[in-house]
Design a protein around this ligand. Structure first.
Ligand code: GLA
Length: 412
């Protein structure tokens, strides 16, 4: 369910808030000190799988169990994929005491959580601050503490909290003509759930899904947010993936251990993405220190998709302990060169051909000085596993939408 189209004008108004208004409104919402304690979760970007990108509203208890089984059987668990996240459409009705029940697709959430935990995995769930989720199911408005306690009782380890109906129902109703006031209302709603999760005493990853509005990266960490969406929804088309990538530049300084920019879940293996596109998408999400939440059909995963999702060298870039997000060093035509500083002084270099034809790489020559490097560099090509020497002005030809990803252990 995409966010209601009717809201697009309102959304634009919010996105276009003057930046001083954003800053002014963000500061009063600094969370109390207790909330700023060192995060115990998401010290590296969360890795796992989420039901939405493939199953959407059709997801069932069986799909979650099968996916958990596959995460173990395919070696994804060993590669670091730990969270099995149920997205929208698990919710049923509230009873007379306000307790939320699951719908018939999820007969017993506690039993499902126990099953996922029995595999050595963790389980995530989805809600939002409005009365309804994006899919029109019951959300947490007025029941935040109750829902957080319920999640903790079930053994939930991760919550994705999606704005959706809160926008018209609360923000626009309470402050129709005041974008700054609407923002305060939204921040307070996320703060409320952040506190409710904390009060459970259970370490629960808190994922803010509000599409990157109102410079969420500036205020989410103070509310206990471990990750926050930086854009609208991803879909399995190169143009969308590349558009999202292009919106990440400038956000690197907000990411770090315990708090990450989230350019949305992976589409690797979905739709008609070519292998090159899958590789590039995965590589660039690793360069961005993005959460790696696979979103494909695990029981029917092709070997070449599994090989991409479990490439340990690429995952090591994403999960690097330093937690510094990569940045675009320069672009030349449709070729972009990104770098990411890694623990121990290592450097990852990605050369991406975002263009539609292989001719877009001609005549691309690598400029090492623009990467802060001097002279030839010994590295490893992370998609072939072969050693590679990068020399200044070397010509590099890369296929359309493909990538060269190199780790330089000792950059000079
Ligand atoms: C929004 C979110 C998606 C997904 C759907 C579910 O569109 O951005 O990631 O959670 O809602 O309805």
């Amino acid at each position: 369910m995409r966010i209601f189209a009717a809201l697009s004008v309102a959304a634009l108004a919010l996105v276009c808030l003057p930046s001083n208004a954003q800053k002014k409104s963000a500061s009063p919402h600094k969370a109390p000190k207790a909330q700023l304690a060192p995060p115990q979760v998401a010290l590296t970007p969360p890795m796992g799988w989420n039901s939405w990108n493939f199953f959407a509203e059709k997801v069932t208890d069986k799909d979650i169990r099968d996916s958990a089984d596959q995460i173990v059987a395919t070696g994804m668990k060993d590669a670091g994929y730990i969270y099995v996240n149920i997205d929208d459409t698990w919710e049923g009705e509230r009873d007379s005491k306000g307790v939320l029940h699951t719908n018939s697709k999820f007969p017993d959430m506690k039993a499902l959580a126990d099953y996922v935990h029995s595999k050595g995995l963790k389980i995530g769930i989805y809600s939002g601050p409005g009365s309804k989720t994006c899919g029109g199911f019951a959300a947490s408005l007025g029941h935040e503490e109750q829902d957080a306690q319920l999640y903790a009782e079930w053994g939930i380890d991760y919550l994705k909290y999606d704005l959706c109906s809160f926008i018209p129902e609360v923000m626009y109703k309470q402050a129709p003509n005041d974008p700054a006031a609407r923002m305060k209302i939204m921040v307070a709603a996320y703060d409320k759930m952040g506190k409710a999760l904390k009060a459970t005493g259970r370490p629960i990853v808190f994922s803010l899904c509000q599409y990157g509005w109102d410079a969420v990266w500036e205020w989410a960490p103070a509310l206990g947010g471990n990750l926050w969406r930086t854009t609208g929804d991803i879909d399995p088309h190169w143009d969308r993936i590349y558009a999202i990538l292009s919106q990440q530049d400038g956000l690197a300084k907000y990411a770090g251990p315990g708090h990450w920019n989230d350019p949305d879940m992976l589409e690797v293996g979905n739709g008609k993405l070519s292998l090159a596109e899958n590789r590039s998408h995965f590589s660039m999400w690793a360069m961005l220190a993005a959460p790696l939440l696979a979103g494909n059909d695990l029981p029917n995963m092709k070997p070449e998709i599994k090989a991409i999702l479990t490439n340990a060298d690429v995952i090591a870039i994403d999960q690097d302990k330093l937690g510094r997000q990569g940045t675009r060093a320069y672009s030349d035509g449709e070729v972009e060169v990104w770098t990411r500083h890694l623990a121990g002084g290592a450097l990852a270099v990605a050369v991406l051909d975002a263009g539609d034809s292989r001719y877009s790489t001609h005549p691309f020559h690598l400029n090492l000085a623009k990467l802060g490097l001097h002279g030839s560099q010994e590295g490893t090509n992370l998609w072939t596993g072969e050693p590679i020497t990068l020399t200044d002005h070397m010509p590099i030809e890369i296929g359309s939408h493909d990538i060269l990803l190199v780790r330089i252990a000792k950059p000079k």
